[in-house]
Ligand binder design. Structure first.
Ligand SMILES: [Zn+2]
Length: 341
């Protein structure tokens, strides 16, 4: 049984191809972070290796399925931004060394299963050199190989790679589906399940983690508080924040980008609220702060900040000194009503 929550169309399509033995050699799953791309990829890896007949794959119970779920199957490899096997530190891009390793394994017969599966966790982080090497593999895919590329933005993938993959869009999951899943899988009380589902903005992975781990919720509300207080901070305090984020960027790039994405969603909420659509605010715990800032900041200013945040994220992608980029961002933030100057 497919374990992925929602994404019925994608599952139906893959099941059909599986039963007709007409799976593509390469797939690109496009969808926002934590929407279920990796779960679907692992389910597909199970399906092509499962010992049950194609009508009941993935069974989730045979030794192939369980080894894949446990991350122990030697024919299923995840290529990601972790710097080393112990999972400490992150790299900025998926490099040529990683794709060379894939090339090496792709030439070998599957070791314990029927099909080798290579899952590229953030395919938009492939370096140009790595993209070219991967393209060669996709152009002449070896027998019994499956490539699954995951990304939150299809635009950042080489067009030549795109043209070799079957594209599957994974959209945010409906609030009701997420709330139901939280109640069924984790016994989350109904009220809390609905609350978390709303905060998750369709990202089932986030909702499940938040329901299991109260710390995640605490960090999230603390970060929302920090974002709001920046508006009342002095320039010195803002620069201290920029310095802290720049240091985080060196050790954990993805988390820094997550902070910036949260900032974008906070400012979008401010815009939504200014337009009188309070029920559409996604960062519910920030409601009070949003409400108090909505009056003091103009719509034009909000739009400008969102644009600046997006510029900062592309600057960080483009090798600009992170501290400088973040300081420029801090300078561009308007001041709240209660702050000096
Ligand atoms: Zn199975």
């Amino acid at each position: 049984m497919w374990q992925v929550v929602g994404h019925e169309e994608a599952v139906a399509l893959l099941t059909k191809s599986l039963m007709k033995d007409m799976l593509s050699h390469a797939y690109l799953f496009v969808g926002p972070p934590q929407v279920g791309k990796m779960t679907l990829a692992l389910n597909l890896a199970q399906s092509v290796n499962c010992l049950e007949p194609s009508t009941s794959r993935p069974c989730g119970e045979c030794n192939q399925c369980t080894r894949i779920a446990a991350g122990q199957h030697s024919d299923v490899q995840v290529i990601d931004l972790l710097a080393n096997a112990s999972g400490s530190g992150t790299r900025k891009e998926i490099g040529i060394d990683q794709v060379r390793e894939v090339q090496h394994f792709a030439n070998l017969k599957p070791y314990e299963g029927k099909c080798r599966v290579f899952i590229f966790q953030e395919a938009s982080s492939l370096s140009p050199e790595a993209s070219n090497a991967l393209l060669k593999l996709l152009e002449e895919p070896p027998e019994s190989e499956l490539f699954i590329l995951l990304t939150s933005s299809g635009e950042s993938i080489f067009p030549t790679i795109l043209s070799r993959c079957q594209l599957i869009d994974l959209n945010p999951i409906a609030l009701g589906t997420i709330a139901e899943q939280l109640q069924q899988a984790l016994d989350t009380p109904p009220q809390e399940a609905i609350y978390l589902a709303r905060l998750s903005q369709g990202r089932i992975g986030w909702a499940l983690r938040a329901a299991r781990d109260p710390q995640l919720m605490e960090d999230y509300t603390a970060e929302l508080g920090r974002l709001a207080s920046l508006l009342d901070n002095t320039l010195e305090e803002r620069f201290a924040y920029a310095e802290e984020m720049a240091a985080l960027y060196t050790s954990d790039r993805e988390r820094t980008l997550d902070h910036l994405k949260l900032a974008v969603s906070w400012w979008r909420d401010l815009l939504v609220l200014k337009n009188g659509n309070g029920e559409l605010v996604s960062n519910v715990p920030a409601m009070e702060a949003l409400d108090s800032h909505a009056r003091g900041i103009s719509t034009q200013q909000v739009i400008e900040v969102i644009k600046r945040l997006q510029d900062t994220m592309s600057c960080l992608d483009g090798n600009i000194n992170p501290r400088l980029a973040l300081e420029v961002l801090m300078l561009s933030l308007p001041h709240g009503k209660s702050s000096p100057g």
